[in-house]
Ligand binder design. Structure first.
Ligand code: HEM
Length: 62
């Protein structure tokens, strides 16, 4: 609970989260992502559909 809880909850939390999304988008836009050749497509049907063997991404600077 980084923003606290109850009557004194952080009034700036929505602004802070929006700012973080903008910053993260700007950082991610400087990179290119692709699947590793080691990736095996094997969806596991649990409560959520999840990759059975993880998703290994290759990240390249643009
Ligand atoms: C990552 C960013 C931020 C974090 C982690 C954070 C966290 C917190 C926490 C833990 C509290 C205390 C809550 C409590 O007493 O229960 C608080 C209060 C407050 N925050 Fe933030 N905050 C962030 C950003 C901001 C921003 C961007 C603003 C304003 C633009 C802001 C304005 C306030 C104000 C005015 C309070 C006092 C609320 C009150 O006492 O009624 N915060 N914040």
């Amino acid at each position: 609970m980084p923003f606290g809880l109850g009557p004194r909850i952080c009034v700036g939390q929505h602004l802070a989260i929006t700012e973080l999304k903008v910053i993260l988008s700007l950082i991610l836009s400087k990179f290119c992502f692709s699947l590793s050749p080691a990736y095996q497509h094997s969806p596991a049907y649990n409560l959520l559909t999840e990759p059975e063997h993880d998703v290994i991404l290759r990240m390249r600077s643009l």
